[in-house]
Design a protein around this ligand. Structure first.
Ligand SMILES: [Zn+2]
Ligand SMILES: [Zn+2]
Length: 231
């Protein structure tokens, strides 16, 4: 432990990654306040397939009842709105890459709470090179590194982007699906572990994760799960 930490905490009190309020003692390890921590939904209160937080356990999911995703299950840290939306935006676009530690730690917690069969390796959803140059860091890779370390699983960068796809945020749902349908390829021809966990920052339409999972299945994986920070 850093011997200067108590002094640093005094000078720069740690603030919650989600609501920016001061983090109380005892919860500083994850840098999230107890109120935000309490609001993290239990995986069983979210759709088991697409991680959409639901009003009631076993409620029918309005988001994926007509879709057949290639991934077998998903979990999220929070619903993508309000303070969480702002936090993820800061993490992705405002250079706050140190947030990966908290966000990845919370993802690992949600993965442990999900009743999934044993995962063999963690796969980050890859960022295209041009966007990596723009941003300076790969937000999904940083999260995947924290998740892999927390769960003591190997990190496998087995997916890569084929070509730069236009930014998803400016497209309508249908276009998003077409936009990413051919986006991924396998980085090598080596056999894949049977059960993989994809890691990404967000799940919105599910198109990116669907085609990433489909590519892994086509490459020989038997099952693919997905963990995100916001849904
Ligand atoms: Zn908070
Ligand atoms: Zn669903």
């Amino acid at each position: 432990m850093n011997i200067f930490k108590p002094l640093l905490d005094l000078l720069f009190p740690p603030s919650c990654v989600f609501c920016a309020c001061r983090v109380g003692e005892g919860t500083t390890a994850l840098q999230i306040c107890s109120q935000c921590f309490a609001q993290i939904p239990a995986p069983e209160t979210c759709c088991f397939k697409c991680a959409q937080p639901l009003a009631a356990v076993q409620d029918n999911c309005p988001q994926c009842s007509r879709l057949v995703f290639a991934f077998s299950g998903a979990c999220t840290v929070q619903a993508y709105r309000g303070a969480v939306k702002t936090a993820i935006h800061n993490y992705k676009y405002n250079g706050r890459k140190e947030m990966a530690r908290t966000l990845g730690g919370l993802m690992a917690q949600q993965i442990r709470r999900s009743s999934w069969p044993k995962i063999e390796a963690i796969v980050p959803v890859p960022l295209h090179r041009s966007r990596l140059l723009e941003r300076g860091y790969d937000q999904a890779l940083l999260l995947a590194q924290v998740v892999a370390a927390e769960l003591r699983l190997p990190l496998k960068k087995v997916l890569q982007r084929k070509s730069a796809t236009p930014s998803q945020t400016k497209l309508f749902a249908r276009e998003r699906w077409e936009n990413v349908s051919q986006a991924f390829e396998l980085a090598s021809q080596l056999p894949l572990p049977a059960r993989l966990l994809l890691v990404d920052d967000l799940l919105t339409t599910g198109a990116t994760a669907h085609f990433a999972a489909q590519t892994l299945l086509a490459g020989g994986a038997k099952e693919v799960y997905l963990a995100v920070v916001g849904r």
